[in-house]
Design a protein around this ligand. Structure first.
Ligand SMILES: Nc1ncnc2c1ncn2[C@@H]1O[C@H](COP(=O)(O)OP(=O)(O)OP(=O)(O)O)[C@@H](O)[C@H]1O
Ligand SMILES: [Mg+2]
Length: 244
């Protein structure tokens, strides 16, 4: 069977600093569509690894395969249409909210699914928003949700979500978690969520990838990770968060 995504011995070396190796020999494989939460303390390289999976950063060693084909054989733009990175600080494209929502259909040269876009906007509490508004004028939380919907409309098989809910109020956060969980099941896509919110990780994921001390030190089923972490590092991480 061809894997959706395969990470082989990925290493990232930083250009300067006392700790030149950010992470080393990160290997993992995703064979079935699922949700994975990528956890670890600040500065472990979670965003860097996520950006590598979106071909927005390059490993110093190792290789990635998407749908069985190595990164070196992909056109980066095509890879990014399959593995869609959703940044924590969203970048709005120039123009209106509507221009942003239509970005994926322009890219794919497909017709715009206005009904779906309206439905998704409604589910994230944005049904009253004027689509003619300049996207740059939206609030941070509005930009984050519009950017997320813009990404979903791409209908990518793999979503790389970098702290997607971190700047949202509790109500919007739950709406995003609900929407993404339902979307993952309906579209049979794969989602990798970077989050510092352990309740979120537990609620949305089937697996946990846990980074600590420059390695991917656990790749476990979510319940197993929280109930019986295999490593001392994970036990300490959960203890520090009052979970173990
Ligand atoms: N290209 C680069 N040049 C220099 N430093 C870099 C580069 N890429 C990443 N880093 C450094 O690597 C470290 C890890 O960054 P990264 O953003 O991946 O961590 P993180 O686990 O996502 O942290 P957080 O949870 O705080 O978001 C940081 O200290 C960052 O400055
Ligand atoms: Mg980060």
């Amino acid at each position: 069977m061809t894997s959706i995504l395969k990470l082989q011995q990925l290493t990232k070396i930083l250009p300067q600093g006392e700790r030149p190796i950010l992470f080393a020999n990160v290997s993992a494989q995703i064979d079935e569509p699922q949700s994975i939460a990528l956890l670890g303390a600040s500065g472990q390289g979670k965003s860097t690894l996520l950006r590598m999976m979106a071909m927005l950063d390059v490993p110093d060693e190792g290789e990635l395969h998407l749908h069985g084909t190595p990164a070196s054989a992909w056109v980066p733009k095509e890879w990014r249409m399959q593995a869609c990175y959703v940044a924590q600080q969203p970048v709005m494209l120039p123009g209106t909210v509507e221009d942003n929502l239509k970005a994926a259909s322009r890219l794919h040269k497909h017709s715009f699914d206005q009904e779906l876009a309206r439905e998704l906007m409604g589910e994230l509490g944005l049904s009253g928003m004027d689509w003619g508004k300049r996207a740059g004028d939206l609030s941070g939380g509005e930009k984050q949700r519009v950017a997320l919907i813009r990404s979903l409309l791409l209908r990518a098989p793999l979503y790389l979500l970098d702290e997607t809910t971190s700047s949202l109020d509790a109500h919007s956060k739950r709406a995003v978690q609900r929407l993404l969980t339902a979307w993952q099941a309906k579209e049979s896509c794969t989602m990798i969520w970077v989050t510092h919110d352990l309740d979120e990780a537990r609620a949305v994921s089937q697996r946990i990838w846990f980074m600590a001390d420059r390695v991917l030190c656990e790749d476990a089923e979510t319940n197993e990770f929280f109930e019986q972490p295999a490593t001392e590092k994970a036990r300490r991480f959960l203890q520090a968060a009052g979970r173990h």
